[in-house]
Design a protein. Structure first.
Length: 67
């Protein structure tokens, strides 16, 4: 279950990055664009590392169960 949740979190991070990139391409807002880029980037990095941690953790527990 942790592995599936980790995959889901990584998908969410991809969607956030896609939304930030698409909003920068299609939106012509001059106000606070850097806040959106920085916030989206930081949030994506946190979610990716969380997803990777959960996937790594589930791999370690599956090896222990096999013994």
């Amino acid at each position: 279950m942790k592995k599936e949740f980790g995959k889901w979190l990584m998908d969410i991070a991809k969607y956030i990055i896609t939304a930030v990139i698409l909003s920068s391409v299609f939106g012509k807002s001059d106000n606070d664009e850097s806040v959106i880029y920085i916030g989206g980037g930081i949030l994506s990095v946190i979610i990716v590392f969380w997803g990777l941690y959960l996937q790594k953790d589930s791999k370690n527990t599956s090896k222990k169960k096999g013994r």
